[in-house]
Design a protein around this ligand. Structure first.
Ligand code: GYE
Length: 306
C-alpha cells in the first residue's frame, strides 16, 4: 500500500491495504447510500480507499481499473455498470496479480478465475418477489391486469434480472399483461418522464413495476400530475427500500417494496483483507434482504439507516 501512515493500528505501514474502487455513479438514493457505506467502512477498517466515480460510463470504469493496476493497488473492487465487456480488463488485472472483488453487480464473463468473489443481492429473486406480491394481490380475480414497467439502466445486471424474475412469476397467469416496458435509467427524472409518456399512450394502467425506488418516486409525480392517485388508481411495486421509498410506501403511494441492501461496505472490507492475506473466500456472498408492505414500512421507517 502507499501513503504515509501516521501509525495505523498494529503493524507498520506495509500492512495497510490499498483498495481501488470504481463506483457506477450517483444515479439513485441506493447508490448514494452504497458509496457512503464503502467510504465509511474503508476508514473504519484502516483501508486506504482510492474512490473513482464512473458517472454511469463503462469506459470510465475501464480507465479507472487500468489506473488502479498501474498504481499497483492491493485490491480492486468495482460495481460493473453493465454485465458484459469486462474480460480484457479483468485479464489485465489478473496478469498483474491484483485480486478483483465484484461488488453489488456481476459480470457475464465465463472465466470465473477473473475475479475472487462477488458480493451482492440476488436480483432475479428480487424480481420474483415483486411478481409474487402481484399474483397474491390479484388472487381470485380474472380481469386483465395491465402493467407498465420502468427498467433500470440497459444492460445492467439488476435491470436484466429484475425484469426476468418478475416475468417468470407473472407468466403463470395470462391476465397479467406488460403493456409497456422502457428504461428509466434508475433515476427519478427519467422515471417521471417515461411514466408521463406511458400515461399518455396507455388507456388503462393498473400496475407500475419500477426496478428501483427512485424511478417509482419520479413516476408518482407524473401520476399525481395526471390527476390520479398513486397506490390506489395505479398500484406501485418498487425495489430498494431507501428512506424516500419507504416514506412513500408508509404514506400509501407505493404498495410494496422489495428490499435491496446498499450497505455492502463492512463485508467488502472483510473480503478485501482475506483476499489480501491469501485466504480463500466464497465465490458468491449474498446479502440478506426482506420485503415491505405499507404496514411494515410504518414500523421500520423510524430506524431506517438510509
Ligand atoms: O437497485 C438502483 C441503483 O445495482 C442494486 O442500482 C443496484 C441498483 C439499485 O441505481 O437503485
Amino acid at each position: 500500500g502507499g501513503g504515509d501512515d501516521a501509525g495505523s493500528s498494529g503493524g507498520g505501514g506495509d500492512d495497510k491495504i490499498t483498495m481501488g474502487f470504481s463506483q457506477v455513479g450517483a444515479e439513485s438514493g441506493w447508490r448514494t447510500a452504497n458509496t457512503k457505506s464503502i467510504q465509511e467502512s474503508a476508514a473504519a477498517a484502516g483501508i486506504d480507499l482510492k474512490f473513482s466515480d464512473a458517472q454511469g460510463k463503462q469506459e470510465n470504469q475501464i480507465k479507472a481499473i487500468r489506473s488502479f493496476i498501474a498504481q499497483r493497488v492491493d485490491v480492486i473492487a468495482f460495481s460493473p455498470v453493465v454485465e458484459s465487456g469486462w474480460d480484457t480488463v479483468l485479464k489485465e488485472a489478473k496478469d498483474a496479480n491484483i485480486p478483483v472483488i465484484l461488488t453489488d453487480r456481476s459480470v457475464d464473463s465465463q472465466d470465473k478465475t477473473l475475479y475472487k468473489t462477488f458480493i451482492g443481492s440476488d436480483f432475479v429473486l428480487e424480481g420474483k418477489k415483486a411478481g409474487e406480491w402481484l399474483v397474491k394481490e390479484y388472487e381470485g380475480k380474472s380481469d386483465p391486469v395491465n402493467i407498465v414497467e420502468l427498467q433500470g439502466t440497459p444492460g445492467a445486471a439488476p435491470a436484466n434480472d429484475r425484469k426476468a424474475g418478475f416475468a417468470e412469476v407473472i407468466k403463470a397467469d395470462p391476465k397479467f399483461k406488460i403493456v409497456a416496458s422502457q428504461t428509466g435509467q434508475f433515476t427519478r427524472t427519467d422515471g417521471k418522464e417515461v411514466m408521463e409518456a406511458f400515461l399518455k399512450s396507455q388507456p388503462k394502467i393498473d400496475v407500475l413495476y419500477a426496478h428501483n425506488d427512485d424511478m417509482g418516486l419520479g413516476a408518482i409525480e407524473a401520476i399525481e400530475a395526471a390527476g390520479k392517485k398513486p397506490g390506489t388508481d395505479i398500484k406501485i411495486i418498487t425495489v430498494d427500500a431507501v428512506k424516500d421509498g419507504m416514506t412513500a410506501l408508509a404514506a400509501g403511494k407505493i404498495n410494496y417494496i422489495v428490499e435491496c441492501s446498499p450497505l455492502l461496505g463492512p463485508q467488502l472490507m472483510d473480503l478485501a483483507k482475506k483476499v489480501k492475506a491469501g485466504e480463500t473466500v466464497e465465490q458468491r456472498v449474498l446479502t440478506q434482504e426482506t420485503t415491505f408492505t405499507q404496514e411494515q414500512a410504518k414500523t421500520a421507517l423510524p430506524d431506517r439507516k438510509y
